[in-house]
Write a protein that binds this ligand. Sequence first.
Ligand code: FAD
Length: 373
Amino acid sequence: MQSDPKQVDCLIIGGGLAGLTLAIQLAKNKRSVLLVEKNTYPFQKVCGEYISMESWDFLETLGANLGALNLPKINQLRVSAHAGFTIESKLEMGGFGIQRYTLDHRLAEIAKENGVQIIENCSALDVQLTDGNYAVKTTKGTFNAKLVCGSYGKIDPSFVERKGQQKGKYIGVKYHIKRSFPDNLIELHNFKNGYCGISKVDDGNYCLCYLTTTKNLNDNGNNIKQMEQNILMKNPFLRTYFSESEFMNEKPIAISQIGFRKKTTCQNNIILLGDAAGAIAPLCGNGMSIAMRSSKILAGHLEDFFRQKIEKQELIDRYTKEWNTHFSFRIKTGFYLQKLFGKRLTTLWMLKLLSKTPRLLRRIVRMTHGEKF
Ligand SMILES: Cc1cc2nc3c(=O)[nH]c(=O)nc-3n(C[C@H](O)[C@H](O)[C@H](O)COP(=O)(O)OP(=O)(O)OC[C@H]3O[C@@H](n4cnc5c(N)ncnc54)[C@H](O)[C@@H]3O)c2cc1C
């Protein structure tokens, strides 16, 4: 449904998985939607690119046609401690591998086919609400909307003020590599103050992605290669992967200031979803599913709002309640698990304990995952 982009039902800030899937659902319900994305599709993103199977059906209902992509299905987990002690477990639900470059682009195409107006290379700069109407100032002009949703990811834009919140202390780094590695396996390897995952993605390559502290980077003269040499490669698995793989990109993609916690579902009159509302630690491997599921929950309540069955405050209350039911516990579990990872002795003891209690390991994996939706 094409409409005047200057006045739409819903303006969405940020076209990652949360924003794009919300846009598609609203457009399928015949709402006029404008999405502003600061990058231009297709583009790479720091992400482990392992998606929990819980999202498969949802993506198919939106028209992603994943079945045609012959994606690797991943159902086995191996975790190593700093010096190489490993445990393995079957992943009950498992997941699949797909590059964000591929998936976000595909969803952006579907959104456009359904009438969403996407303005790329366009950053939101400010949001004002006057007499029930929103004005969103962007680098490509000012647009008006009945409602504004924020799916801008982990880092709040400057116009979103959250009192007392510090910048996240983690950095994320991603490569695509070629090497011999099982299609159905995801590995998570610990090193000092961080962990690195590896699993297959859609183009036959492997995603090698790690999270560590900004301090680790600072201690190595802000030099990623030096940090990898001095810290990551102390883990024997990572030593092999970093020294004996073909790297598809010379330089990695990196992001900084990442934190993992529950935030709020509404801030500065903007309704938030995906990582903007709360990010789960990546070791749980399902931030993308949480992002997409939050869009599904929100889309349902937005429909009631646009049909004038509920007022805005009720929309926010209902959405917040459902968001907490589905995600609060998972995000908290991820937060505490993250604290156990990356510390040499704690990680080793934890893995030794889990190697003797495989049921506990399966239970922990289950606690961080949701059901199909
Ligand atoms: C190191 C690391 C590894 C991870 N690995 C996995 C994994 O293997 N599996 C998994 O499920 N999850 C993983 N995650 C988490 C996952 O990447 C996120 O949960 C997911 O991307 C959240 O989607 P989103 O749509 O909320 O945000 P994003 O995908 O970050 O999208 C936000 C979008 O908003 C745009 N934007 C930002 N500000 C503005 C603005 N002012 N104006 C316009 N556009 C803007 C950005 O360009 C971006 O495209 C990982 C995270 C990290 C850090």
